[in-house]
Design a protein around this ligand. Structure first.
Ligand code: FAD
Length: 458
């Protein structure tokens, strides 16, 4: 639906979360003349990127009453995407002349650099003053045509407030999903989820099984090889005969999934190999979790599909009062947060209109039908992958923004290929220098940087 030029409504909007999604949502809502309160249970902006050496007391995070530690960042973490394609459209994630030596200029920088970037972004656009820190949202529900938010501050004070609209940006990398391993109840070793992994030291001289071989599994297994006796990756995606010694370490092996764990401490893989293991690290991803949300059962999370949601953002019967920014994955996340936020802000102000509830439901059901017909489980509903450019450009078109830059999509695609094919070297060896130059030339043309650093031009 094309943006109109009619006068805009200015609404009172609550944003839950001051991570990369909530910060840009706050900025776009304010740009659209809404008044905004951002709630965050943490003490600073940045969400997931606020590293803490603390982890949760329950290493698998199964106890629903545990004290939750938000971040899942480990000490050695560097980004898994090139920085040029990671940043917001008008505030590139680049090394700047004013940066001191505490900053990390690498193309795939450490997690501290991402946090510093988000802090710079919040400072530049005066977002910090919009955030109520150490304030957890404990209930969101409809109150007539408006929305009630109940929050609890760190001093124990509970407060109810009424908003015209709520934008949920609470992050999706805190509530672990744990692999089901036959026989695990009797297996005597230790288990933890990657959410609670920080440093390799506790694995010294151990035999460790890492379940999962995507970004975190691949990183953490390599992190541990430096101190452990042996590290064995169990990957669901591998054919059952797989048994491979992986490059980059002399004590790292790839297997298919675990067949069974036994009470004598042994682990049997589906390729028939048997090892005695000390610890299993579950790098098996996370689940969407909205413990504060009461929609009388309208919105459900089933096998990690949050729905019904039109284009992963608006629940048809509750739109536009309630919206979600940041659910899809395998895409340019910060770009997506920004586009979804602009869309929500423009819909709330009335500059852009949504289709009828029935039409939104039809579209959502069509997405589910396509997913089922392609044989994908529900938990893949929010995985964009090959359709990510189409999705982002569709939103851009709704709000009158240009399509996402080609170089950005190409960096993402090439980045994923390198991550899969050269997991031990992808952050330091690449063959797409021409895309880096294109990105910096684009930033310069838009006056987002004042000069292209000489090392970029070679
Ligand atoms: P978060 O950053 O998690 O922020 C959510 C915020 O909501 C937090 O501040 C939290 O305190 C707050 N909150 C939650 N619940 C409540 C509540 N009830 N009340 C009040 N506040 C609440 N993406 C990339 O683009 N590049 C990468 O290299 C990359 N690497 C990653 C590595 C790891 C290990 C992980 C787990 C993810 C990685 N990601 C990466 C994805 C990352 O999640 C996104 O980049 C992004 O930072 C997520 O932002 P968010 O705002 O959605 O969530």
């Amino acid at each position: 639906m094309a943006p109109s030029c009619s006068p805009v409504n200015s609404l009172h909007v609550a944003v839950i979360g001051a991570g990369a999604a909530g910060l840009v949502a706050a900025r776009e809502l304010r740009r659209e003349s809404h008044s905004v309160v951002v709630f965050d249970r943490g003490t600073e902006v940045g969400g997931l990127w606020v590293y803490t050496p603390q982890s949760e007391p329950d290493p698998l995070s199964l106890d629903p009453n545990r004290t939750v530690v938000h971040s899942s960042v480990y000490d050695s973490l560097r980004t898994n995407l090139p920085r040029e394609c990671m940043g917001y459209s008008d505030f590139p994630f680049v090394s700047r002349p004013e940066h001191d030596e505490s900053r990390d200029p690498r193309r795939y920088p450490n997690h501290r650099e991402v946090l510093a970037y988000l802090q710079d972004f919040a400072r530049e656009f005066k977002l910090v003053e919009m955030v109520r820190f150490e304030t957890e949202v404990v209930l969101v529900e409809q109150d007539g045509r408006k929305w009630k938010i109940r929050s609890k501050s760190s001093d124990g004070v509970t407060r109810d407030e009424i908003f015209d609209s709520v934008v949920v940006c609470n992050g999706h990398y805190t509530e672990p999903r744990v692999a089901e391993v036959p026989g695990i109840d009797l297996w005597p070793g230790k288990q933890l989820h990657s959410h609670n992994y920080r440093v390799p030291d506790p694995f010294k001289d151990q035999v460790v099984v890492v379940i999962g071989n995507f970004a975190s599994g691949s990183d953490i297994s390599r992190d541990i090889t430096g101190v452990a006796k042996e590290v064995h990756i169990a990957a669901r995606s591998q054919p059952s005969e797989t048994y491979e010694k992986l490059p980059g370490a002399d004590n790292l092996w790839l297997h298919p999934m675990i067949e069974r764990a036994h009470k004598d401490g042994s682990i049997v893989f589906k390729n028939g190999k048997v090892i005695q293991a000390d610890t299993i690290v579950h790098c098996t991803g996370y689940i969407y979790h909205f413990p504060f949300l009461n929609t009388n059962g309208y919105i459900t999370v089933e096998d990690n599909c949050v729905g019904p949601l039109y284009k992963h953002v608006f629940p048809p019967a509750l739109a536009p009062g309630l919206s979600f920014v940041g659910l899809p994955w395998m895409t340019l996340l910060f770009t997506m947060f920004e586009l979804q936020s602009k869309w929500v802000a423009a819909v709330l102000s009335g500059r852009v209109t949504l289709p009828s509830e029935e039409k939104m439901m039809e579209d959502t059901n069509a997405l589910y039908a396509k997913r089922d017909a392609n044989g994908f489980p529900k938990r893949y509903t929010h995985r964009l992958g090959a359709s990510q450019a189409e999705y982002l450009n569709w939103i851009a078109d709704q709000i009158g923004e240009p399509p996402v830059e080609q170089w950005r999509n190409q960096e993402l695609e090439g980045g994923y290929v390198r991550l899969a094919t050269q997991p031990d070297t992808f952050r330091d060896k690449w063959d797409d220098d021409h895309l880096i130059v294109e990105a910096y030339e684009d930033f310069l043309r838009q006056k987002l940087i004042s000069v292209i650093p000489s090392q970029i031009l070679g």
